[in-house]
Write a protein that binds this ligand. Structure first.
Ligand SMILES: [Zn+2]
Ligand SMILES: [Zn+2]
Length: 273
């Protein structure tokens, strides 16, 4: 009754196309039950997890065009190969210019609905997207990593001027509530979240529209270690919203390794192709 009333007064509006739709509500515990107990179906299917988590914010038409990153991928940079058959293998780019990080993984391809959803969060301040997108990232972390082996989770920082203008760092918002998700889904999270492990001390141009070489030059020496961090000997997971050429991830990795980090892995929501 309350739901019917609520929907009559405040119908759900799709965050991407703006159309009104009938949302299907779910409870955390239902979702966790399906994801963690029914391994054959939902457990490791990114698309169904995406659709489920996005139910309150996306209409079904928009939700259906999400493309997950799936094997075969490059085991280092995580790029998804166009051919959908064959095994994972190291890509030409990683052979030509080896990456400093150990491995990078992403949830989905940066296009269509997924791209627009991330842009709504970043540029339109739709921070209600923090929860479904953060949970999605959390599930992929639990899937790809043994979280006992990650000591610290570090968001890619924004320059202070960009941070003040935007009001939030989307990379941090995505991981901020991971401990409460872990509790809700009965998973033990062993890693520590260090929001200020890195700082960005150079205001860089937006990476959009720059080629690979320009991107590398743009982020060169843009990051340094934050004051309170204990990095030496630690295995680190770096978090960002989008991975495009890997220039930002590699530059952050360089700084962390120089500080004595044992290894750096990268997890992003989306992967540019
Ligand atoms: Zn829609
Ligand atoms: Zn690669």
């Amino acid at each position: 009754m309350a739901r019917v009333l609520r929907e009559a007064i405040l119908p759900s509006k799709c965050i991407v196309c703006g159309s009104f739709f009938q949302p299907v509500m779910y409870k955390n515990c239902d979702l966790s039950f399906k994801i963690f107990n029914d391994e054959s179906t939902l457990a490791y299917n990114k698309k169904s997890i995406f659709n489920k988590l996005m139910l309150p914010v996306l209409c079904s038409a928009c939700s259906s065009d999400f493309v997950p990153v799936e094997s075969p991928v490059c085991p280092i940079c995580g790029i998804m190969f166009k051919s959908r058959i064959g095994d994972d293998h190291i890509c030409g780019e990683c052979i030509k210019s080896p990456k400093k990080f150990r491995m990078a993984r992403a949830v989905g391809i940066y296009e269509g609905t997924f791209m627009k959803t991330i842009q709504r969060l970043k540029y339109k301040g739709k921070i209600q997207l923090t929860r479904p997108l953060g949970m999605l990232l959390f599930f992929v972390f639990i899937k790809y990593w043994n979280n006992k082996k990650i000591d610290i989770i570090v968001p890619v920082p924004l320059h202070i001027k960009r941070f003040r203008k935007r009001g939030f760092n989307q990379a941090y918002l995505l991981i901020r509530d991971w401990f409460s998700y872990a509790d809700a889904f009965n998973v033990k999270l062993h890693s520590k979240i260090e929001r200020d492990a890195l700082v960005k001390n150079k205001q860089t141009e937006p990476q959009t529209g720059l080629d690979r070489k320009q991107r590398l030059a743009n982020v060169k020496n843009a990051f340094s270690i934050g004051s309170s961090s204990k990095i030496a000997g630690k295995s680190i997971l770096l978090i960002d919203d989008v991975y495009t050429t890997g220039a930002t991830a590699d530059e952050c990795t360089k700084v962390l390794l120089n500080e004595g980090a044992k290894a750096v892995d990268v997890l992003t929501l989306a992967r540019g192709m």
